[in-house]
Design a protein around this ligand. Sequence first.
Ligand SMILES: Nc1nc2c(c(=O)[nH]1)N[C@H]1C(S)=C(S)[C@@H](COP(=O)(O)O)O[C@H]1N2
Ligand SMILES: [Mo]
Length: 231
Amino acid sequence: MSRPSSAPLPPGQRAWDRFPRFGLPRFAARWPDQAPILLRITDELASPLELLADDLACLPRREQTSDLHCATTWTACKLHWGGVSFTDFYQQIVVPRAQPDADCRHAVLTGRDGYRTSLPLEDLLGSDVLLADHLDGRPLSAEHGAPLRLIAPRHYGYKNVKYLARIRLQRDPAPGLAGWKDHSRGRVALEERGLRLPARTYRWLLRALLPAYECWFRRRSAATRPRGSSP
Ligand SMILES: Nc1nc2c(c(=O)[nH]1)N[C@H]1C(S)=C(S)[C@@H](COP(=O)(O)O)O[C@H]1N2
Ligand SMILES: [Mo]
Protein backbone atom coordinates (compact mmCIF):
# COMPACT_ATOMS: atom_id res chain seq x y z
CA MET A 1 0.00 0.00 0.00
CA SER A 2 1.73 3.19 -1.08
CA ARG A 3 -0.61 6.09 -1.27
CA PRO A 4 0.68 9.58 -1.78
CA SER A 5 -0.72 12.24 0.53
CA SER A 6 -4.09 13.86 -0.34
CA ALA A 7 -2.42 17.26 0.00
CA PRO A 8 1.07 18.61 0.73
CA LEU A 9 2.07 17.27 4.14
CA PRO A 10 1.66 19.69 7.05
CA PRO A 11 4.75 20.94 8.93
CA GLY A 12 6.86 18.25 10.59
CA GLN A 13 4.85 15.24 9.27
CA ARG A 14 6.24 12.24 7.37
CA ALA A 15 4.12 9.98 5.19
CA TRP A 16 3.89 6.32 6.23
CA ASP A 17 2.85 3.61 3.82
CA ARG A 18 0.92 1.89 6.60
CA PHE A 19 -1.94 2.78 8.92
CA PRO A 20 -1.33 1.14 12.28
CA ARG A 21 -3.64 1.03 15.28
CA PHE A 22 -2.25 3.73 17.54
CA GLY A 23 -2.94 5.78 20.64
CA LEU A 24 -1.88 6.59 24.15
CA PRO A 25 0.06 3.82 25.92
CA ARG A 26 -2.67 2.90 28.36
CA PHE A 27 -5.18 2.38 25.54
CA ALA A 28 -3.15 -0.18 23.59
CA ALA A 29 -4.66 -3.04 25.59
CA ARG A 30 -8.20 -1.65 25.66
CA TRP A 31 -10.38 -3.27 23.04
CA PRO A 32 -14.02 -2.31 23.62
CA ASP A 33 -16.55 -5.09 23.02
CA GLN A 34 -17.97 -5.22 19.53
CA ALA A 35 -21.29 -3.42 19.87
CA PRO A 36 -23.80 -1.65 17.63
CA ILE A 37 -23.73 2.14 17.40
CA LEU A 38 -25.01 3.85 20.54
CA LEU A 39 -24.16 7.52 20.82
CA ARG A 40 -25.20 9.56 23.85
CA ILE A 41 -25.46 13.33 23.54
CA THR A 42 -25.48 14.82 27.00
CA ASP A 43 -25.01 17.72 29.37
CA GLU A 44 -26.46 21.21 29.20
CA LEU A 45 -29.31 20.17 26.92
CA ALA A 46 -33.05 20.54 27.02
CA SER A 47 -33.33 16.83 26.11
CA PRO A 48 -30.33 14.47 26.25
CA LEU A 49 -30.29 12.01 23.36
CA GLU A 50 -29.48 8.35 22.84
CA LEU A 51 -28.93 7.60 19.19
CA LEU A 52 -28.71 4.27 17.37
CA ALA A 53 -27.50 3.45 13.86
CA ASP A 54 -31.07 3.89 12.57
CA ASP A 55 -31.09 7.50 13.77
CA LEU A 56 -27.99 8.23 11.70
CA ALA A 57 -29.36 6.33 8.70
CA CYS A 58 -31.64 9.23 7.74
CA LEU A 59 -28.62 11.46 7.06
CA PRO A 60 -26.99 11.62 3.61
CA ARG A 61 -23.97 9.30 3.29
CA ARG A 62 -20.59 10.93 2.67
CA GLU A 63 -17.41 9.42 1.26
CA GLN A 64 -14.15 11.23 1.87
CA THR A 65 -10.49 10.67 1.18
CA SER A 66 -8.25 12.33 3.73
CA ASP A 67 -4.97 11.96 5.59
CA LEU A 68 -4.66 11.20 9.30
CA HIS A 69 -1.83 13.01 11.07
CA CYS A 70 -0.61 11.67 14.39
CA ALA A 71 1.06 14.25 16.62
CA THR A 72 4.03 11.87 16.91
CA THR A 73 4.80 12.94 13.29
CA TRP A 74 3.50 10.06 11.15
CA THR A 75 0.78 10.57 8.54
CA ALA A 76 -1.37 7.85 6.99
CA CYS A 77 -2.28 9.08 3.53
CA LYS A 78 -5.42 8.94 1.45
CA LEU A 79 -7.67 7.04 3.81
CA HIS A 80 -11.07 6.46 2.27
CA TRP A 81 -13.75 7.01 4.91
CA GLY A 82 -17.50 6.57 4.72
CA GLY A 83 -20.02 7.98 7.14
CA VAL A 84 -22.09 11.09 7.73
CA SER A 85 -21.00 14.68 7.97
CA PHE A 86 -20.78 15.97 11.53
CA THR A 87 -22.50 19.19 10.45
CA ASP A 88 -25.48 17.29 9.02
CA PHE A 89 -25.63 15.22 12.20
CA TYR A 90 -25.51 18.32 14.40
CA GLN A 91 -27.93 20.46 12.41
CA GLN A 92 -30.44 17.79 11.50
CA ILE A 93 -30.48 15.65 14.65
CA VAL A 94 -28.83 17.31 17.64
CA VAL A 95 -30.19 20.84 17.26
CA PRO A 96 -33.86 19.96 16.69
CA ARG A 97 -33.99 17.04 19.13
CA ALA A 98 -31.68 18.11 21.98
CA GLN A 99 -32.01 21.88 21.70
CA PRO A 100 -28.53 22.70 22.97
CA ASP A 101 -28.00 26.01 24.70
CA ALA A 102 -26.36 28.44 22.24
CA ASP A 103 -23.62 28.97 24.83
CA CYS A 104 -22.57 25.29 24.65
CA ARG A 105 -19.63 25.83 22.37
CA HIS A 106 -17.44 22.91 23.43
CA ALA A 107 -17.79 19.18 22.93
CA VAL A 108 -16.15 16.49 25.04
CA LEU A 109 -15.85 13.30 23.00
CA THR A 110 -15.50 9.96 24.79
CA GLY A 111 -14.67 6.54 23.37
CA ARG A 112 -15.86 3.17 24.71
CA ASP A 113 -12.28 2.47 25.77
CA GLY A 114 -12.47 5.46 28.14
CA TYR A 115 -10.41 7.76 25.92
CA ARG A 116 -11.54 11.37 26.01
CA THR A 117 -10.70 14.67 24.37
CA SER A 118 -12.49 17.90 23.57
CA LEU A 119 -12.91 20.22 20.63
CA PRO A 120 -14.64 23.54 20.10
CA LEU A 121 -17.96 22.98 18.34
CA GLU A 122 -16.76 25.40 15.69
CA ASP A 123 -13.97 22.96 14.77
CA LEU A 124 -16.34 19.98 14.72
CA LEU A 125 -18.58 21.85 12.30
CA GLY A 126 -15.74 22.03 9.74
CA SER A 127 -16.77 20.84 6.27
CA ASP A 128 -14.55 17.72 6.37
CA VAL A 129 -15.46 16.39 9.83
CA LEU A 130 -17.17 13.00 9.72
CA LEU A 131 -18.78 10.45 11.96
CA ALA A 132 -17.22 7.53 10.11
CA ASP A 133 -18.43 3.94 10.15
CA HIS A 134 -16.55 2.69 7.06
CA LEU A 135 -12.91 2.60 5.95
CA ASP A 136 -11.92 1.52 2.43
CA GLY A 137 -15.49 0.44 1.69
CA ARG A 138 -15.74 -1.92 4.67
CA PRO A 139 -17.29 -1.44 8.11
CA LEU A 140 -14.72 0.01 10.53
CA SER A 141 -12.52 -2.62 12.15
CA ALA A 142 -11.88 -2.96 15.87
CA GLU A 143 -8.37 -1.63 15.15
CA HIS A 144 -9.64 1.65 13.83
CA GLY A 145 -12.59 2.44 16.07
CA ALA A 146 -15.64 0.25 15.32
CA PRO A 147 -18.45 0.90 15.13
CA LEU A 148 -18.13 4.70 14.88
CA ARG A 149 -15.30 7.23 15.11
CA LEU A 150 -14.70 10.88 14.59
CA ILE A 151 -12.64 11.94 11.59
CA ALA A 152 -11.34 15.50 11.77
CA PRO A 153 -8.55 15.57 9.15
CA ARG A 154 -7.36 19.05 10.03
CA HIS A 155 -6.81 18.02 13.64
CA TYR A 156 -4.15 15.69 15.00
CA GLY A 157 -5.01 12.03 15.40
CA TYR A 158 -5.60 12.42 19.13
CA LYS A 159 -8.74 14.44 18.37
CA ASN A 160 -10.07 11.67 16.06
CA VAL A 161 -11.80 9.67 18.79
CA LYS A 162 -12.33 5.97 18.05
CA TYR A 163 -15.16 3.81 19.49
CA LEU A 164 -17.16 7.05 19.88
CA ALA A 165 -19.82 6.67 22.56
CA ARG A 166 -20.59 10.04 24.07
CA ILE A 167 -20.60 13.69 23.06
CA ARG A 168 -21.01 16.09 25.94
CA LEU A 169 -21.93 19.62 24.87
CA GLN A 170 -20.93 22.20 27.44
CA ARG A 171 -20.10 25.83 27.99
CA ASP A 172 -16.50 25.39 29.10
CA PRO A 173 -13.60 23.57 27.47
CA ALA A 174 -12.42 20.45 29.30
CA PRO A 175 -8.95 18.93 29.44
CA GLY A 176 -8.56 15.64 27.61
CA LEU A 177 -6.59 12.55 28.53
CA ALA A 178 -3.71 13.06 26.14
CA GLY A 179 -1.99 14.77 29.08
CA TRP A 180 1.02 16.86 28.19
CA LYS A 181 0.08 16.80 24.57
CA ASP A 182 -3.64 17.60 24.74
CA HIS A 183 -3.88 20.98 23.10
CA SER A 184 -7.42 22.36 23.25
CA ARG A 185 -7.60 22.52 19.44
CA GLY A 186 -4.81 20.39 18.00
CA ARG A 187 -4.87 21.96 14.54
CA VAL A 188 -2.34 20.33 12.24
CA ALA A 189 -1.68 23.37 10.03
CA LEU A 190 -0.68 25.39 13.08
CA GLU A 191 1.33 22.52 14.52
CA GLU A 192 -0.66 22.52 17.76
CA ARG A 193 0.89 19.19 18.81
CA GLY A 194 0.74 19.95 22.49
CA LEU A 195 0.20 22.59 25.07
CA ARG A 196 3.30 23.34 27.04
CA LEU A 197 6.38 23.10 24.81
CA PRO A 198 7.15 24.83 21.52
CA ALA A 199 5.93 22.91 18.46
CA ARG A 200 9.46 22.14 17.27
CA THR A 201 10.44 20.67 20.60
CA TYR A 202 7.45 18.31 20.46
CA ARG A 203 8.28 17.51 16.85
CA TRP A 204 11.86 16.40 17.52
CA LEU A 205 11.12 14.72 20.81
CA LEU A 206 8.18 12.70 19.50
CA ARG A 207 10.01 11.80 16.30
CA ALA A 208 12.92 10.46 18.32
CA LEU A 209 10.67 8.36 20.56
CA LEU A 210 8.37 7.12 17.79
CA PRO A 211 10.20 3.95 16.58
CA ALA A 212 10.43 2.47 20.07
CA TYR A 213 6.91 3.57 20.95
CA GLU A 214 5.36 2.20 17.76
CA CYS A 215 7.04 -1.15 18.30
CA TRP A 216 5.82 -1.30 21.90
CA PHE A 217 2.26 -0.28 20.96
CA ARG A 218 2.09 -2.82 18.13
CA ARG A 219 3.21 -5.65 20.41
CA ARG A 220 0.87 -4.69 23.24
CA SER A 221 -2.00 -4.32 20.81
CA ALA A 222 -1.31 -7.71 19.16
CA ALA A 223 -0.96 -9.46 22.51
CA THR A 224 -4.34 -8.22 23.73
CA ARG A 225 -6.39 -8.23 20.51
CA PRO A 226 -9.61 -10.18 21.00
CA ARG A 227 -9.96 -13.25 18.85
CA GLY A 228 -11.94 -12.62 15.68
CA SER A 229 -10.91 -8.97 15.18
CA SER A 230 -8.94 -8.18 12.06
CA PRO A 231 -5.14 -7.92 12.40
N1 LIG B 1 -10.88 5.86 21.67
C1 LIG B 1 -9.64 6.22 21.30
N2 LIG B 1 -9.49 7.07 20.27
C2 LIG B 1 -8.26 7.44 19.88
C3 LIG B 1 -7.10 6.99 20.54
C4 LIG B 1 -7.29 6.08 21.62
O1 LIG B 1 -6.31 5.60 22.25
N3 LIG B 1 -8.56 5.71 21.95
N4 LIG B 1 -5.86 7.41 20.10
C5 LIG B 1 -5.79 8.62 19.26
C6 LIG B 1 -4.53 8.80 18.57
S1 LIG B 1 -3.24 9.44 19.47
C7 LIG B 1 -4.39 8.58 17.23
S2 LIG B 1 -2.97 8.97 16.40
C8 LIG B 1 -5.48 7.97 16.44
C9 LIG B 1 -4.98 6.72 15.75
O2 LIG B 1 -6.02 6.11 15.04
P1 LIG B 1 -5.87 4.62 14.52
O3 LIG B 1 -5.68 3.72 15.73
O4 LIG B 1 -7.08 4.33 13.73
O5 LIG B 1 -4.60 4.62 13.70
O6 LIG B 1 -6.60 7.63 17.24
C10 LIG B 1 -6.91 8.59 18.23
N5 LIG B 1 -8.17 8.26 18.80
MO1 LIG C 1 -1.60 10.16 17.86
